[in-house]
Design a protein around this ligand. Structure first.
Ligand SMILES: NC(=O)c1ccc[n+]([C@@H]2O[C@H](COP(=O)([O-])OP(=O)(O)OC[C@H]3O[C@@H](n4cnc5c(N)ncnc54)[C@H](OP(=O)(O)O)[C@@H]3O)[C@@H](O)[C@H]2O)c1
Length: 252
């Protein structure tokens, strides 16, 4: 099977590290022009764009501010000339014990919902409005196994945000299929990236390993090929689906 994404512009959010970076690299290897979104990590995003080539470009935006998502999509389309696939990967994983006072707990809740769900909603809205005029497109939302099996006690907001991403994704698939717009969820389990460093520090890597059926912790490179495949169009008839990549730590 030969996957050639030459000529396709793919926007990946949260792309300057972790799962996003692996997605960018593998999309680039298959010829895509990648719009590499970053929040704080501009230098690394620049280096990544140079390494990936294919006229890939970087775009900065703090997605905790809802309207920045609107500007991001429009800027990508203006600068790169089109958009074929949107990958909503940016996210936060805030540990927020219920013992925190309500003010602090709400700050965590609001930030989690803002970055993980509201930004995803805004980006999807902009992309769908563009795809309708452009004749189609694809969306891949990086959710989590937490959306399906629930999360640990300190992560109410994270699980709720990821559940929202799944419902949003299914809605787009059902509502806009006739406009040639496809929407997918990829739901990882634990993946070795900075986002889980705090969890590992607190609970130890052993706790995670005990949950997995495999002997190795999933790496970002184990997630990325699925996104390449989804962007290729070869999976279009699976629109609306959720793909689990969690080393059988949760089997539905
Ligand atoms: N690692 C896991 O175990 C795991 C499991 C299930 C799902 N996921 C999901 O996979 C996705 C990628 O996570 P990761 O593990 O690769 O973590 P990561 O390396 O920490 O990446 C998170 C990304 O989100 C971006 N981001 C954070 N706050 C932002 C904001 N306010 N505005 C814009 N971007 C922001 C970061 O950008 P900057 O670095 O530029 O600030 C970073 O690139 C997330 O949606 C996460 O929920 C991860």
């Amino acid at each position: 099977m030969n996957i050639d994404l030459k000529g396709q512009v793919v926007l990946v959010t949260g792309a300057a590290g972790g799962i996003g970076e692996a997605i960018v690299r593998q999309l680039g290897e298959h010829g895509a022009t990648v719009a590499i979104h970053y929040n704080s990590n501009k230098e690394h995003a620049q280096k990544l764009a140079r390494e990936v080539g294919n006229e890939s470009k970087i775009f900065g935006a703090d997605l905790s501010v809802p309207l920045n998502g609107v500007a991001l999509v429009r800027d990508v389309i203006r600068t790169c000339g089109s958009l074929g696939t949107l990958v909503n990967n940016a996210g936060v994983y805030l540990c927020s014990p219920n013992e925190k006072n309500i003010g602090e707990w709400l700050t965590d809740w609001n930030r989690t919902i803002a970055v993980n769900l509201t930004a995803t909603g805004v980006l999807c809205r902009e992309a769908v409005n563009y795809f309708k005029k452009a004749g189609g497109g694809r969306i891949v939302n990086i959710a989590s196994r937490a959306a399906f099996r629930g999360d640990y006690e300190d992560y109410f907001a994270y699980a709720a945000s990821k559940g929202g991403m799944v419902a949003l994704s299914k809605t787009i698939a059902r509502a806009y299929g006739k406009h040639n717009i496809k929407s997918f969820v990829v739901a990882p389990g634990f993946v070795r990236t900075p986002i889980i460093d705090e969890y590992i520090k607190e609970h130890g890597a052993e706790k995670i390993m005990n949950e997995l059926a495999l002997n190795e912790l999933t790496r970002p490179e184990d997630i990325a090929p699925t996104i390449v495949f989804l962007a290729s169009g070869l999976m279009d008839h699976a629109t609306g689906c959720s793909i689990d990549i969690n080393a059988a730590s949760y089997v539905r």
